[in-house]
Design a protein around this ligand. Structure first.
Ligand SMILES: [Zn+2]
Length: 290
């Protein structure tokens, strides 16, 4: 049904605070566990490799591991809701007297959450490390002072590469205005904290939408296996939700119909299994009668 996306979004949104906080907690741990003195000394000795090693990125995946459970919860709650709605939708069309029962795809969702969540954690860790590495490399290249570089790295921990590069430019611009000392560091730290919070929120919004849509899809797959859904009788329709975050790539997909389990074709991104199409995407899919 066309209004189903609201319920799917509600399930996704319910997981946002926990996922956002899980990311922020992991980053707070990373910053606290870093040997900043060791890092500064390594920079003074012109040893960027040891400087980077002072930030324990290898411990980040374990700290991000609550993400898996949160994705599983969102997918499970959405699956529960989808199951009830699908059974109601199908039985309205079914012959009188036909009793439909469907089971929850609990194992499938768990497997998905572990696989997908594991890859997501790897990606987040890699991107976070690369952001720091990029700043370190350019600071070394430009012969910046160890103290300045260490301060910049401290601010950059938790950002993605784009944010880190923007922060470096921001700091340079402030310095060009004549700012220095505590005032400069305070402004940089405030900007940095805000960017990390924004990254946490973007991750949480994107990944909960992905999990909610996945929960829906796993139910439909299971329904097909159980004979509740006849795959040839239904389409899955892409619905670009017209809110403030609607983007052109999502609009291109709006209304596209595929068979259950088949990929959608995005002119921009190619084959996609379903939303989220891009960070902070708010799209949904719905089952419609063929
Ligand atoms: Zn979208």
């Amino acid at each position: 049904m066309a209004e189903d996306w609201r319920a799917v979004h509600a399930q996704a949104d319910a997981g946002v605070p926990a996922l956002r906080q899980a990311f922020l907690d992991a980053i707070a741990w990373l910053a606290a566990a870093t040997g900043w003195d060791v890092l500064t000394r390594a920079l003074q000795l012109n040893d960027p490799t040891s400087a980077l090693a002072a930030i324990p990125f290898d411990g980040l995946p374990a700290r991000l591991s609550p993400t898996v459970g949160i994705l599983e919860d969102v997918a499970t709650r959405t699956a529960d809701l989808t199951l009830a709605r699908t059974l109601a939708q199908v039985s309205r069309q079914a012959t009188i007297g036909l009793r439909l029962t469907g089971g929850m795809p609990t194992e499938e969702i768990r497997r998905w959450a572990h696989e997908y969540g594991g890859l997501l954690i790897q990606d987040l860790t890699t991107e976070t490390r690369r952001a720091v590495q990029g700043i370190l490399e350019s600071a070394t290249l430009h012969g910046q002072s160890p103290a300045r570089t260490a301060k910049l790295l401290e601010a950059v921990v938790g950002m993605n590469r784009r944010q880190a590069a923007a922060l470096a430019r921001y700091r340079t611009a402030l310095e060009a205005e004549g700012l220095a000392g505590t005032r400069l560091e305070r402004l940089v730290a405030r900007y940095a904290a805000r960017q990390v919070r924004m990254r946490a929120l973007a991750i949480a919004r994107t990944e909960t939408i992905t999990a909610a849509n996945r929960g829906q899809l796993e139910v439909w797959h299971r329904n097909i296996r159980e004979g509740v859904l006849r795959p040839e009788a239904w389409w899955v329709e892409w619905m670009a939700v017209e809110d403030d975050r609607l983007c052109p790539s999502c609009l291109e997909l709006d209304g596209q119909r595929v068979r259950i389990g088949q990929p959608f074709i995005s002119p921009t991104y190619g084959e996609v299994a379903g939303p989220a199409l891009h960070p902070a995407c708010r799209c949904a899919t719905a089952l419609v009668r063929a």
